[in-house]
Design a protein around this ligand. Structure first.
Ligand SMILES: [Zn+2]
Length: 140
């Protein structure tokens, strides 16, 4: 896939709070954690709800559509292994219907000059290796 770093430099490190997210991405599903006590979404998932301090949460399916809240174009290889993948477009994507949750992911399939804040995007999936998939975004 163009527009993403090579698989060798990607290391997913799930913990007890993020493992459900990564399990879903491996199945090409987007899920967002929501507090079962007060309904507040919290992404990234945190041990305590910022609104009510509950630790209870549920993982809600999301269609993966969003809008670009912010982005940057990476043109300099901080590590040599990504040189052939440049330029990379790293975006913060806001997910509608989640109370403002934002997810960081690469925008793929487009030239950097064509990307703008507020553009609509939809999720796609970068299968890094067996059982490990990261979300990326394409212009809608
Ligand atoms: Zn809560």
């Amino acid at each position: 896939m163009q527009g993403v770093p090579p698989a060798d430099v990607i290391r997913l490190m799930p913990n007890v709070w993020t493992e459900p997210f990564w399990r879903a991405t491996a199945e090409h599903r987007m899920v967002v954690p929501r507090c079962t006590a007060c309904g507040t979404f919290r992404l990234p998932p945190t041990p305590f709800c910022p609104s009510c301090a509950s630790q209870d949460l549920e993982w809600v399916e999301h269609d993966g559509r969003g809008t670009i809240y912010s982005f940057t174009v990476i043109r300099h290889a901080v590590i040599p292994d990504v040189l052939d993948a440049l330029p990379l477009i790293a975006a913060v994507v806001e997910l509608p219907g989640t109370g403002g949750c934002r997810l960081v992911g690469n925008v793929v399939g487009v030239a950097p000059e064509e990307v703008r804040i507020s553009q609509e995007v939809t999720v796609d999936w970068y299968d890094v290796r067996e059982g490990e998939t990261v979300p990326v975004f394409r212009l809608a």
